[in-house]
Every structure is written in structure tokens, then in C-alpha cells.
Design a protein around this ligand. Structure first.
Ligand code: SF4
Ligand code: SF4
Length: 247
């Protein structure tokens, strides 16, 4: 669907750190050019303007859904947005917010002592658990180039091609040693969607899977490798839980 400029763009934020918005703001070299074709209706980290009643051509969603009021706002946003794009791990899988899935009760009691079990929030959910999502921009935060390429493609009525290879391939291209093999580190690179140029393993840090699971990722083989590396069943489950229900 080809959109006609000026294109109304709104960014809505739910439970998140705002790092994804910050990444778009960090694209300083391209912002002036973008501003010529885009009319920003809402962008919480940079503007106090709330385009509540404005029509939205492209709606970007950051953050996981954790409360009934967030859910209501998401549903209203979906009704207004022609295209809805989930941005970042929080919106796509629940992200960092969902890593305590198994220990939520204990964590809540520690942060909000003396309140019993009466919380209005629920375990963090990906946006597509509730509404139709037209596009996805992965990462925690996404790469600048991926944000800009995705926006440009949407402005021209298309959608950029998706990566289909795992982070492991980028490690091979960069001639990194394999952290799983060399250090027995619990690296999630074998089943994580590439596109970050193996940002973490380049620095000797195991991949944490922030870009989500790659299509056809061989989860069984990775579990076998993790067992060989000495991880317990519970540790392996914890590592894989970060992909939400997509694995
Ligand atoms: S995906 Fe990462 S950078 Fe984006 S809001 Fe969530 S925690 Fe922050
Ligand atoms: S290496 Fe893994 S954790 Fe690091 S940025 Fe890439 S996908 Fe995310």
C-alpha cells in the first residue's frame, strides 16, 4: 500500500525502557530528510504533543503489554493505525520484562511488599498476542539501519526483506571464534535471527537472543550443545524462555 506524504506517524510506548525510540532519535543524519515526508503525531520521548485524535498511517509500538489499561490503549491505537509495526524485543516477545516469568510472584512480593497478590498487572505479553501486527523490527534495541530501512520501505509501499540466517553466520563471516565451542558459553547465536553483525560475540560476549528466534532454528541441537557445555535443564529452559512462545 503506497502512502501519500505527509505520512502521519505515531509512536506508542508501553512497558519498556524507551531505548528503541532513542535509537531512532540517534539517526541524526537522516532525521531532517525523514521530517520532509513524515508528520510526527506522537513520539513520547521527544515530544509532549499527543496526537490522540489524529489519523495514523504508520503506528510504531514499543514495549510489552502488562496492564489492562495498556491493553485498552493498544486496542485503540490499532483501530486508528493503518499499519501497525512492533518495534524491539519487548513488543515482539515480551523482551527483558518477561525474563522473570517463572519467578514473578516472588519478584512482585519483593518490589511491592505487603500488597499480597492483588496486582493489576499481568505477565508481560508480546503485542501480537492481542492485535494484528503488520510489520516487525527486531532487536534490543533495533539497529539504526534496520529502523531506517523499514521506515523507508513502508513509505514506498513495501517492506524490506527479512534476514533468514542466524547470528552464527555473522560470527563465521567476521571470523570470530565460536564461544560455545571455545568457552562452553551459553551463546544463543545458533538460533537467533541475524542482522546485528554479531554485535555481542564480536566482543567475546555470548548472544542473548535479543533479535528473536530465526526461522528453522534448530532448538533441539542447541539444547544438546548446552547440555554438553554443562548447563542444567533448568538453565537451558531459562535461556530459551526469552523467545516467548515463538520457539
Ligand atoms: S526492546 Fe530493548 S531497547 Fe527496546 S524498549 Fe525493550 S528493553 Fe528497551
Ligand atoms: S549478538 Fe545476540 S544479543 Fe547481541 S545484539 Fe545480536 S542478537 Fe542481540
Amino acid at each position: 500500500m503506497k502512502l501519500k506524504p505527509p505520512i502521519n506517524l505515531a509512536w506508542i510506548r508501553f512497558t519498556s525502557c524507551s531505548g528503541c525510540q532513542l535509537m531512532l532519535l540517534n539517526c541524526e543524519d537522516s532525521l531532517a530528510e525523514l521530517a520532509q515526508v513524515i508528520a510526527i503525531r506522537d513520539f513520547p520521548i521527544a515530544s509532549s504533543t499527543e496526537g490522540k485524535d489524529a489519523e495514523i498511517d504508520i503506528g510504531l509500538v514499543e514495549g510489552s503489554i502488562t496492564t489492562p489499561s495498556e491493553l485498552e490503549r493498544l486496542l485503540a491505537f490499532r483501530r486508528k493505525a493503518q499499519l501497525l509495526v512492533a518495534v524491539g524485543a519487548c513488543a515482539l516477545t515480551g523482551g527483558i520484562n518477561s525474563l522473570i516469568r517463572g519467578e514473578r510472584r516472588q519478584a512482585m512480593a519483593k518490589v511491592y511488599p505487603g500488597q499480597g497478590d492483588e496486582w493489576s498487572s499481568f505477565p508481560p505479553q508480546a503485542v501480537d498476542h492481542f492485535v494484528k501486527v503488520d510489520g516487525r523490527i527486531p532487536g534490543c534495541p533495533p539497529e539504526k539501519s534496520e529502523l531506517l530501512n523499514s521506515l523507508c520501505a513502508l513509505l514506498h509501499g513495501g517492506w524490506p526483506g527479512h534476514q533468514v540466517m542466524p547470528v552464527c553466520m555473522e560470527c563465521r563471516i567476521n571470523e570470530n571464534p565460536c564461544l560455545l565451542e571455545r568457552d562452553r558459553a551459553p551463546c544463543l547465536g545458533p538460533i537467533t535471527l541475524a542482522g546485528c553483525n554479531a554485535r555481542c560475540p564480536n566482543l567475546g560476549v555470548p548472544c542473548e537472543g535479543c533479535r528473536g528466534v530465526v526461522a528453522e532454528g534448530n532448538r533441539d541441537e542447541l539444547c544438546r550443545l548446552f547440555l554438553t557445555a554443562g548447563l542444567t535443564d533448568q538453565e537451558i529452559r531459562h535461556r530459551l524462555e526469552r523467545f516467548g512462545e515463538t520457539v
